[in-house]
Design a binder for this molecule. Structure first.
Ligand code: PAF
Length: 280
């Protein structure tokens, strides 16, 4: 695996590759890699002839009181994990300057009204930060394919919308959620939880599953959502939101919606916010 730490090293490595044939797949990450990230690398290896991962903890997507400083940075372990998966290139900028150079004006990407709903309501500005860095990575790397995990459902939809207008040649792939044995969706933030808290957190997935069954049984949507919130509270999970949306994240307000849909939930446990969703 070639490790690049500056734009120059990155460009040189990519130039070498562009002389060969085949597709380049990009997996942007913030590091602290777990099996969810590695599943993206495995999928990328099937879809492209070269795979590039990036590790950059993007300050623009963290709010003032969020965990930017304490976000786990585990570079050595991450490098080993990526090598084991035969990742071809890793871009791990030596400083933020390699992404947002002081010689360029940052092009902020506006996540629009959807960017202020669901997670965006709780984290104002978060999705503008995500889109701004992903757009920059797309500009620097110019991949053919980019892969994002379905756990961050809203992020993945917003990136798809942004790419459609700014990077129409890039194919975006949504990769399935990877879960631990007890059903918890893998996330770097699970590291903030004790074993007991992870066990409690597994009730979010149970709640999503129960809600799908209730919807299919034609229970009143309002009751399903209220029951879901009561269930989460009874398990000592504080619900931030629990909603049903269509696959593009438009609101669904009634039963018998026939298209693809998704229940999305966010809960807080001991100051750690976890998200999960289930498509059906
Ligand atoms: O999902 C993440 O880890 C981040 O939001 C991303 C896409 C790497 C942008 O910083």
């Amino acid at each position: 695996m070639v490790i690049t730490r500056t734009r120059e090293e990155l460009y040189k490595t990519l130039e070498g590759f562009s002389k060969q044939t085949g597709k380049l797949a990009l997996i942007p990450t913030m590091g602290n890699l777990h099996d969810g990230h590695l599943s993206l690398v495995r999928l990328a290896k099937l879809k492209a002839s070269k795979v590039i991962a990036t590790i950059f903890v993007n300050p623009l997507q963290f709010g003032e009181n969020e965990d930017y400083k304490k976000y786990p940075r585990t570079e050595k372990l991450d490098v080993e994990k990526l090598k084991k998966e035969y990742c071809d290139i890793l871009f791990i900028p030596r400083s933020g300057e390699e992404i947002f150079s002081k010689f360029e004006k940052i092009r902020t990407i506006d996540s629009g009204s959807l960017g202020s709903e669901l997670c965006g309501k709780i984290r104002p500005g978060h999705f503008n930060g995500v889109l701004t860095v992903v757009n920059k990575l797309f500009e620097l790397i110019k991949p053919d394919i980019a892969i994002f995990g379905a756990k961050d459902y809203q992020q993945q939809i917003l990136i798809k919308k942004m790419a459609k207008s700014l990077h129409p040649k890039i194919s975006l792939i949504k990769a399935p959620i990877v879960r631990s044995k007890n059903g918890v969706a893998l996330s770097s933030r699970n590291n903030y939880l004790s074993e007991k808290e992870v066990d409690i957190a597994s009730n979010l997935f149970k709640c999503l599953q129960k809600s799908v069954v209730s919807y299919k049984n034609n229970e009143e949507l309002k009751n399903i959502l209220n029951n879901a919130k009561s269930f989460l509270i009874s398990k000592k999970l504080v619900p931030d939101y629990f909603e049903l949306r269509d696959s593009e994240l438009n609101l669904i307000s009634k039963n018998n919606f026939e298209g693809n849909k998704v229940f999305l939930g966010s809960v807080t446990i001991n100051n750690t916010r976890l998200i999960d969703n289930i498509e059906f």
